[in-house]
Write a protein that binds this ligand. Sequence first.
Ligand code: NAD
Length: 475
Amino acid sequence: MIFDDSYAMTICGELVSGGATFEVVNPATEQVITSVPDATREQLDAAVAAARAAFPGWAATPIAERRVLLDKLGDAILAHIDPFKRLLTAEQGKPHADAEMEVGGAGMWLKGAAALDLPVTVNEDSEERYSETRHVPIGVVGAIAPWNFPMILAMFKVGPALLAGNTMVLKPSPFTPLTTLKFGELAAGILPPGVLNVVTGGDRLGPWMTEHPGIDKVSFTGSTATGRRVMQSASATLKRVTLELGGNDPAIVLPDVDVEKVAEELFWAAFRNNGQICIATKRMYVHRDVYEPLKAAIVAYARTVKIGDGAEQGTQIGPINNKPQYDRVLELIQDSRDKGYDFLIGGEAADIPGYFIPVTIIDNPPEDSRIVQEEQFGPVLPLLKFDDMDEVVARANASEYGLGGSVWGADEDRALAIAERIASGTVWVNETQHLTPFAAFGGMKQSGVGVEGGIEGLLEYTNAQTVVRRKRATA
Ligand code: NAD
C-alpha cells in the first residue's frame, strides 16, 4: 500500500530506511506529520552506484520504450491525485485545490515531456562522407528540488532527463519530502531498478550530491544564493549544471488596461501559492493614470480572500511553508514598517499557530527599498507608480534577476513591444505563469543557467555527439 504512513527512500528499486531520521512539519499547524530518512553518505553512494549500474541498460533502451514507461508513470500520478493532494497540502501548506492542480500538472508534465523527441542534425551527406550530430545521454543526473512546488518541479527534471536516457538520484527539499518519497515508491513499480532513486536528508545531502564524483550533471531548482554554491561545487568535477533560480518578476500595467477586469488576475499573479512562486509578480508597476483605481480594486479583492489551513474547504491561501521563510518575510515587512512605508492592507503576523502572514500590499515604496529590490517569496507586494515607458522598462530591468515578467494592456501590440524589452527568460502579455513541457523556461542574468522544458530543455540532458563516416575507402 503506497499511501500508508511509512516513508522510505527508493534506492535500486528497493525501499530503504533505517538510520537517522528528521521530522516534517505541517506549516498550518506546526505539528509534526512524520519522520523521514536522513540519508547517510553510504546511502547516497548506494543510490549513485545504483543509478550508474542502471545507466548502460537504460541508455540502450530505445527512446520509444522509455517514452512508454514515462507516460505510464505520468498516468500513475494521475491515478493517485487524491492521496498525493492531501499529502502535498500537509507538507507544503497550499490549499487542496492548488495541490490538486500541482499533482495533476505533475502527471501531465511527465506525459508531455515523454512526447518530445531528440533531434538529429545531418551536417553533410556527400559522396565523400556522411556526418550527423545526435544527442546522447550524459549519465547520472543529481536532481535537487525546492519546497514551493515539490512535485511538479521534480517532474520538470525527471521527464526530460529519463527520456534522454539518463538515470537519476532525486532529492526533495527537507521541508517537503513526503510526496517525492511516495512518487519514488510509485516509480519503483514501473521503471527498471536504479533508473530513478529518491533520497532525503538535511543540509548535508545537497552538497554531498553536487561534489559526488559519480554524478555527471546537477539539475537544481532553488535560490540564487544556493545556486552559486552548487555551481562552485560542481566545478570540481566539471559537472554539467542546469540552475533554475530566484526571480523578482515585474508586472507592468499600462494606462489602457481594463481595471475591473484585470484586478483579480493581477492579485493572483502576486499571491498565488502565497507568493512562493519563482515567477510570482514581485513588483507591480502601474501607470499613474490607473494607479488609484487599480490599487482600490486590488485591495478590495484582497479583503475577500480566505486565508487558512489548506486542508479546510474554501481556503484560498495557506501558510508560508517553513519557519526560516516565515521569519524572512516578516523581517522584510518589518523593514518596510521601520522605513515608514504605507501599508494598504496587512503587515502584521497573525498570532495563531501556523506560519500565517496576511496578504500585505505596500503603497509606492521607493525603488531602492528592500521590498522592491529583493525577492520576497511571500505574500507581500509593492505597488509602484510610473509615468513613462522608457522609465518603467529601465526600472523593470534594473535587477540582478531575469526570470519572468508580464505586461498588461488593451493594445496588445503596444504591450508586446514593451514585453520584448524586458530582460527575462519568459515574458507574458495579459497573462502570467503559463508554462508547458513544450516551451523553454529559464532565467537570464542571476536567475539561472540553462533552461527546462521544450527541446532546448531536453538537450540539456544530453551531450552532442557528431559521428562522421567517410564513404570512400582510404586505400
Ligand atoms: P534553496 O536554495 O534553499 O533550496 C533548494 C534545494 O537545494 C533544497 O532541496 C535544499 O535542500 C538544497 N540545498 C540547500 N543547500 C544546498 C547546497 N549547498 N548544495 C546543494 N543543494 C542544497 O531554495 P528553496 O528555499 O527551497 O526555494 C525557494 C527558491 O527557489 C526561491 O528563490 C525561488 O525563486 C526559487 N525557485 C526557482 C524556480 C525556477 O524554476 N527558476 C522554481 C521554484 C523556486
